[in-house]
Design a binder for this molecule. Structure first.
Ligand SMILES: Nc1nc2c(ncn2[C@@H]2O[C@H](COP(=O)(O)OP(=O)(O)OP(=O)(O)O)[C@@H](O)[C@H]2O)c(=O)[nH]1
Length: 533
């Protein structure tokens, strides 16, 4: 099992890296593209609306100049006929219908008395007009374009007038055309025809910030406050600005001044309407690029997994280095690129070394270093295994006779050599399954699995005879005494069986040494063990 103390394993790391490497750049590019395009769209709209407001300001100015010229032409015609009511009425009608610049035309004498109107329905003929704007025209005796005002007719109007003079230069009155601000007028033709259906519109304010034209007729006459574009117009500036209008709607506005009147023309469009196509475009880009992004994501994820796969398998192997099957598992890892191949090679080498060391350590722990036979730990393990598997076994306990003399007479090293040779002889007489052990200084035990007592006695005798008959270099002949018992033949208790073997060894020693004593058989001190079997 992988180590769970780490918060992130390779799979999660791959997932996170895949998302980071594929999605973040994609999202970043997408978002950056969106921002750039949005800014571009806003800038273009502002510029466009500014240019548009400018154009309309010029057109409006042209219209007003042309209206003044039309009135001037009429004024010149009217001069000699101011007393001819019929003529005045016909000229007023001609002016209104032919030019289509005005909603109504009025001819006044020098006191403001209405001499003629067109249309006749105005019903102000014969009345004297006293509004400030009319008085201004009469007093200045000059061409006038009035501020918007509520006329006697009940209409909210702009009055454009020219003075009428007699041939001798005497001021006779004025001829004026009215533009009705709350009804369809020339301004609609001029400004309203450019009304966009995408939310763009144009409105016009006079110098006092009062609306004189608006596509929503109800707003004409309203005074505008807290509007960045209007404030700038009031300062005499033209330009463009993003603003929030009086209804709380974000707008992109361009504005320009009509030079002859100081009116301000504002062309604007809701910011949301401007950006709507971009949002739609980005959505469409997203839908179109998303499949490729997903494919990219999967390819990166798949590649990352392929790259990580050998590493993950090697990491799992590293975790179970001590298990015997690990070497084979690591061998089967498909290390398809250089680094993983090198890692795999190093791990296989390391595991080989580790297993050899472990085996060596296990052997060392269970082996007597002098003779290479099993030690007491090895003996205990073998007994436990026999007992667990209910394998009967015989015990041969043996001890070199008068070994002290060997040591004393030939030195300790010679004694060691005797011990090593005896170990070899023990191996010689035993089978592969037998367990020869050195359990003390010169005390040895030989376990014979599945061997009945009499077979063990034969092996013991063979060993005794082999030792006795084999002269050792420098030392000469030595002999051994042996005691034999068997489990569970001799006793059901294993500990007792070993004590019996020891007791038999003691009996053999007491009986004169160089003999085998078998548990349950009497031995005479003078009799050779061979005779006992
Ligand atoms: N060279 C050597 N001698 C050892 C080793 N372990 C024990 N001995 C010696 O073995 C001898 C055992 O002597 P004793 O127990 O008196 O018995 P013995 O001389 O063999 O006489 P019996 O057993 O009565 O026949 C001692 O001299 C120990 O020093 C060892 O590892 N190497």
């Amino acid at each position: 099992m992988p180590n769970t103390s780490y918060k992130m394993d390779l799979r999660r790391l791959i997932l996170v890296l895949t998302i980071c490497s594929a999605l973040i750049p994609f999202a970043n590019t997408f978002y950056a593209g969106y921002l750039v395009q949005r800014q571009q769209l806003i800038d273009n709209t502002l510029e466009g609306h500014y240019a548009y407001a400018n154009k309309l300001a010029r057109s409006t100015d042209d219209f007003l100049q042309s209206a003044l010229q039309q009135l001037d032409y009429s004024a010149k015609l009217l001069g000699p006929h101011m007393g001819d009511e019929n003529y005045l009425s016909q000229e007023a009608t001609r002016l209104r219908l032919q030019t289509k610049s005005f909603n109504s035309v009025t001819v006044l004498d020098h006191t403001g008395y209405v001499l003629a109107t067109s249309p006749d329905t105005l019903q102000i003929k014969g009345k004297t007009l006293k509004s400030a704007n009319v008085l201004e025209a009469l007093e200045t005796k000059k061409p006038v374009i009035s501020s918007p005002y509520l006329a006697i007719t009940g209409n909210f109007i702009i009055f454009i007038s020219q003075p009428v003079f007699a041939a001798d230069g005497k001021f006779l009155g004025v001829v004026g055309g009215s533009i009705y601000l709350k009804q369809e007028s020339m301004l609609d033709t001029l400004l309203g025809s450019h009304f966009y259906h995408d939310g763009s519109y144009v409105y016009v304010v006079d110098k006092s910030k009062q609306i004189i034209y608006h596509p929503d007729g109800k707003r004409v006459g309203e005074r505008i406050q807290n509007n960045a574009a209007i404030e700038q117009l009031h300062e005499g500036e033209s330009g463009h600005v993003p603003l929030v209008n009086s209804r709380g709607v974000e707008m992109l506005a361009g504005y320009a001044i009509v030079p002859s009147t100081g009116w301000g023309i504002v062309a604007q469009r809701p910011r949301a309407a401007t950006l709507a196509p971009l949002n739609e475009l980005m959505r469409s880009v997203l839908y179109k690029t998303l499949p490729i992004a997903i494919i990219m994501l999967l390819v990166i994820w798949w590649s990352a997994r392929r790259i990580a796969s050998p590493l993950r398998q090697l990491a799992n192997g590293a975790h179970d280095m001590d298990k015997p099957e690990t070497a084979q598992n690591i061998q089967s890892v498909k290390s398809w690129y250089f680094e993983s191949h090198e890692l795999k090679k190093a791990m296989i080498k390391g595991i080989g070394l580790l297993h050899r060391n472990i085996t060596k350590l296990r052997e060392d722990v269970n082996t007597d270093p002098l003779t290479g036979l099993g030690n007491r730990r090895h003996l205990d393990a073998a007994i436990a295994e026999f007992q667990a598997q209910s394998i009967p076994f015989a015990v041969v306990a043996l001890d070199i006779d008068h070994f002290k003399r060997v040591n004393d007479g030939f030195g300790h090293d010679a004694g060691d050599e005797v011990l090593r040779l005896l170990a070899l002889q023990m191996r010689e007489v035993s089978r592969l399954d037998d367990v020869p052990c050195r359990v003390g200084g010169e005390e040895f035990l030989l376990l014979l699995p599945k061997a009945p007592l009499h077979s063990a006695a034969q092996v013991a005798e063979r060993l005794r005879a082999l030792v006795e008959s084999t002269p050792l270099p420098a030392v000469g002949h030595i002999t051994v005494s042996l005691g034999v018992s068997a489990w569970p033949d001799s006793d059901a208790d294993i500990k007792t069986v070993f004590q019996q073997a020891d007791a038999m060894l003691y009996t053999a020693k007491r009986g004169g040494r160089n003999r085998v004593a078998i548990y349950g058989h009497s031995v005479s001190p003078s009799t050779q063990s061979a005779a006992l079997i």
